[in-house]
Write a protein that binds this ligand. Sequence first.
Ligand SMILES: Cc1cc2nc3c(=O)[nH]c(=O)nc-3n(C[C@H](O)[C@H](O)[C@H](O)COP(=O)(O)O)c2cc1C
Length: 174
Amino acid sequence: MEGKDILILSFSHSGNNDALAHRVAEELGARHERILPRRKSMPALMLDLLLGRVPRVTPLPEIAEEYGFLILCSPVWMGKPLSPLRVYLEYLKKHPLPYCFLSINGMGEGNAKVEADLTAWAGKPPVLCINAAIKDFMVPDITPDTKKMMDYRLTEDDVASLTGKVLDLLHTVV
Ligand SMILES: Cc1cc2nc3c(=O)[nH]c(=O)nc-3n(C[C@H](O)[C@H](O)[C@H](O)COP(=O)(O)O)c2cc1C
C-alpha cells in the first residue's frame, strides 16, 4: 500500500502522540490530521472516558472515506484509549476499513485492556496495536513514577527512534 492511501488521525493532550503521528506520517508520505474535540480539558476528557461518552470532534469520520488504511493515534489514560478516537471507531463498525492503533503512553504493553476496548468500540480488532512505553525513553537512573511519566515530553531523538520501530511494525501489515 502506498502512503497516499493511509490516513493518520491523532489526538494528543500534551503533544507526544501528535509528534509521533506527525513523524510517522512524514516517513510514510501519508496524510496526518489532528483530532480536535470540542471539549479538550483534562476533566472533560476524563469524564468522557468514565461515562463512556462519544465526544464531538473534528475532522468528521467521513474524512476516512478515500483511504485504504487508518492509523488512530492517542495516549492511554486510565488504561483506555482516549474518547476522541471513539467517533472514528464507531465509523469503522459500518465500513470495511482496516485500522491500526498507535500510542505512546506511560506503560506501553502494560495497558492490557487497550485492544479489547478498541475491539468493543469498533466491532473489530485493529490489525496492529502498537503501545510504546514512555518509561523506555526516560533516563535509566531516574526511577519512573507516575508524575514523571505524565510530565515526560518526547525529544526529537525519541520520536525518531520510535518512528523507526513503528515503521518496521507497520510494514508487516501495509
Ligand atoms: C490523566 C492521565 C491518566 C493517565 N493514565 C495512564 C494509564 O492508564 N496508562 C499509561 O500507560 N499512561 C497513562 N498516562 C500517561 C500518558 O499516556 C502519557 O503521559 C502520554 O505521553 C500522554 O500523551 P500525549 O502527550 O500525546 O497527551 C496518563 C496520563 C494522564 C494525564
